[in-house]
Design a binder for this molecule. Structure first.
Ligand SMILES: [Zn+2]
Length: 152
């Protein structure tokens, strides 16, 4: 995790992971304390950078589904075992967490694959690209991005 510090007042603005989730919207933000503008490194202008291939990769979501099945399976297995050091009334807790986590991965993975296959995801990113282009058509906005150190 990397911290972003306000260059105006030194307040911690946010912490982010360089390989973390990418958001496709304007990165321009304002420090809540002193009002200085900054670029949120998690946000990207799609018209400049394009979309990484893995956004439309069915394979990566397929692996997510397999992962979810394994986690859920592990949860089911744990239901039949007594966990040492866990009070009787809490024995259900960890298996249930595993089961829910696994189910979320499976359902999320299937939903993403359907979203890709039906073209819904492509339409969503096309809409984001048009919005990004419209923002960048404004010269003062593009200039502001450069001033804030947004990497082109
Ligand atoms: Zn500040």
């Amino acid at each position: 995790m990397t911290n972003l510090i306000c260059s105006g007042c030194g307040k911690k603005l946010l912490s982010y992971d360089k390989n973390g989730f990418r958001r496709y919207k304007s990165p321009v933000r304002k420090c809540k304390k002193c009002g200085k503008l900054y670029a949120d490194p998690r946000c990207h202008e799609i018209a400049i950078e394009g979309v990484p291939d893995d956004v439309f990769s069915v394979k990566s979501y397929f692996f997510l589904i397999i992962f979810g099945v394994l986690v859920a399976w592990r949860g089911l297995y744990m239901f039949k075992r007594i966990q040492l050091g866990v009070p009787d009334e809490m024995q259900w807790f960890m298996p249930t967490v595993f089961l829910i986590m696994g189910a979320v991965c499976v359902i999320g993975g299937i939903a993403e694959i359907i979203f890709i296959k039906t073209g819904g995801k492509a339409r969503k990113y096309e809409r984001l690209r048009i919005e990004s282009e419209e923002r960048l058509r404004n010269n003062s906005y593009a200039e502001l991005l450069r001033e804030l150190g947004y990497k082109f």
